[in-house]
Design a protein around this ligand. Structure first.
Ligand SMILES: Nc1ncnc2c1ncn2[C@@H]1O[C@H](COP(=O)(O)OP(=O)(O)OP(=O)(O)O)[C@@H](O)[C@H]1O
Ligand SMILES: [Mg+2]
Length: 378
C-alpha cells in the first residue's frame, strides 16, 4: 500500500464503467444463459415458418424480468437476418387495440407508416396479407405484453383476425406468439369461445431465475460494463440477493449495478462497495412501478395520483376527487379502477357498507410517496 491519499480515487477523466451501455433497457445481451428450454420450445414452434409453412402458435408466460422479450428479440433478429420470414414484435403496452397492432405490423412490413387519414381496418389487413401472399412470405407476430390487449378488451378481436387470416385471405400464413407477465391471467380462458376454437397454442413457461443463475447472468454484465476489479464477489452476491427479493426481476439487478456504479463515482471511488448498492436499492426496487406508470394514459395516471393523495379515504371521496380533477364519470372511473387493479398498482376490494350495498375500497400497492415522486417525473 502506498501512502498516496489519492490512491483508490477517481480522477475526472476516469470512470468505473468500461461500457455503461450494457445497463440500458434496450441492450440485447451477447449471451443468454439459463433459457435453453424456452429457446428450444420457441424454435420448435417457429421452424415451419422457415420452410414456408404456417408456424405453431405459442403462449409464453412468466413473471417480469425473466427474459421473455429478450428471447423473442434474439430469435426474431436471427430469423430476419438468416431467412425470408417476416418477424415483428408488437409492444401491446403501446399498441393496445387491434387497429394499432395492425398499423404497427403494416409499418414494419412496408417500412413506412400507414396513411394516418383513417384507412379502414379491413383495408389495412388486406394490404398486409396481399403483400405476404405476393411475396410468399410467412409472418410471425409476437404480441408482447399481450395482457394489455385484455385490459382494453381488444385481445379476442386481434387474435381472431390474426389466426383466421388464412381463411379470409387464402394463402396468408401467420403465426402468433403471445407473451404475458400477468400470472393471474389465464390467456386462453379469457378469450371468446370463437377464438378458443381456433387457438391451440404450444405453451412455454419462463420461470424465475434462482440466485445462482442471477449471479451468473449479472457477472457477465459486470465484466462487460465495469473495469476489472470494480465489483467484487460479495457486492455482486448482494445485488443478486436484492434482485431475488424483488421477485427475481433481472431489471432490478441491472439497474442496481448501474446506480451503484454511479454512486461509487460520486464518492470518487474506484470500486463499488456494499454501501453504494444499499443506497441504489431505494430507487432500483421501484423499476416495476416506474415501468408501469410510464405507459398509463393521462386519466389513468390522474386516478393513481388521487389514490396516492387520498390514502385511507373512502371510495366515495376518491371518486369525487377524481371526478373533480378529470371531469370523467363513474363508468370510466370503474373501467380505470379495473385496469389499475389488473396491473397490480391498486387493489380494489368490495366492502359492505352497512345496509347500502357494496362499495369498492382502493388500496395502493406501493408506497404513496414513491408513486407521487414518479408521477411528478422524478
Ligand atoms: N438469461 C439472460 N441473460 C442475460 N440477460 C438477461 C437474461 N434474461 C433477462 N435478461 C435481461 O433482463 C432484462 C429483462 O429481460 P426481459 O425484458 O427479456 O424480461 P421479460 O420477461 O420480457 O419481462 P416483462 O415481463 O417485465 O416484460 C433485460 O435487460 C434482459 O437483457
Ligand atoms: Mg417483456
Amino acid at each position: 500500500m502506498s501512502d498516496d491519499p489519492e490512491e483508490g480515487m477517481l480522477s475526472w477523466d476516469e470512470s468505473v464503467f468500461r461500457d455503461e451501455h450494457v445497463f440500458e433497457i434496450d441492450y440485447v445481451p451477447e449471451t443468454f444463459k439459463h433459457r435453453e428450454t424456452q429457446m428450444e420450445n420457441l424454435k420448435y414452434a417457429l421452424r415451419p415458418a422457415v420452410r414456408g409453412s404456417r408456424p405453431l402458435n405459442v403462449i409464453a408466460r412468466g413473471p417480469p424480468g425473466t427474459g421473455k422479450t429478450t428471447a423473442t428479440q434474439i430469435l426474431f433478429d436471427e430469423l430476419t437476418a438468416q431467412t425470408d420470414v417476416q418477424a415483428v414484435r408488437v409492444n401491446c403496452q403501446v399498441d393496445s387495440t387491434r387497429y394499432s397492432v395492425f398499423s404497427r405490423l403494416f409499418a414494419e412490413i412496408f417500412e413506412y407508416e400507414p396513411p394516418s387519414s383513417g384507412i379502414s381496418f379491413k383495408k389495412l389487413f388486406s394490404q398486409i396479407t396481399d403483400r405476404l401472399v405476393d411475396r410468399e412470405e410467412v409472418l410471425v407476430v409476437a404480441l408482447d405484453d399481450v395482457n394489455y390487449l385484455f385490459y382494453e378488451s381488444e385481445a379476442s378481436d386481434t387474435l381472431y383476425s390474426l389466426l383466421r387470416a388464412h381463411e379470409a385471405h387464402s394463402g396468408a400464413k401467420i403465426g402468433v406468439i403471445c407473451i404475458s407477465s400477468d400470472l393471474d391471467l389465464d390467456v386462453i380462458d379469457a378469450l371468446d369461445t370463437r377464438v378458443q376454437s381456433v387457438f391451440r397454442p404450444e405453451e412455454t413457461y419462463f420461470n424465475k431465475y434462482d440466485q445462482g443463475e442471477i449471479v451468473d447472468i449479472l457477472k457477465e454484465r459486470v465484466d462487460r460494463g465495469f473495469h476489472d476489479g470494480v465489483v467484487d464477489a460479495p457486492v455482486l452476491d448482494r445485488v443478486a440477493e436484492l434482485t431475488e427479493e424483488q421477485g427475481g426481476d433481472l431489471r432490478v439487478g441491472i439497474d442496481l449495478l448501474r446506480r451503484a456504479g454511479m454512486n461509487a463515482e460520486m464518492r470518487a471511488s474506484r470500486s463499488v462497495e456494499l454501501e453504494d448498492v444499499e443506497a441504489a436499492y431505494d430507487k432500483s426496487k421501484y423499476v416495476h412501478l416506474s415501468r408501469r406508470l410510464q405507459e398509463l394514459s393521462d386519466s389513468e395516471s390522474a386516478l393513481v395520483g388521487v389514490v396516492a393523495e387520498h390514502e385511507g379515504e373512502t371510495a366515495g371521496d376518491i371518486y369525487e376527487a377524481f371526478n373533480e380533477r378529470t371531469d370523467l364519470g363513474y363508468t370510466r372511473y370503474s373501467e380505470i379502477v379495473n385496469k389499475l387493479d389488473q396491473l397490480g398498482i391498486v387493489e380494489a376490494t368490495y366492502t359492505d357498507v352497512d345496509g347500502r350495498g357494496r362499495s369498492r375500497e382502493l388500496t395502493l400497492q406501493y408506497d404513496a410517496d414513491a408513486v407521487l415522486d414518479r408521477l411528478a417525473g422524478e
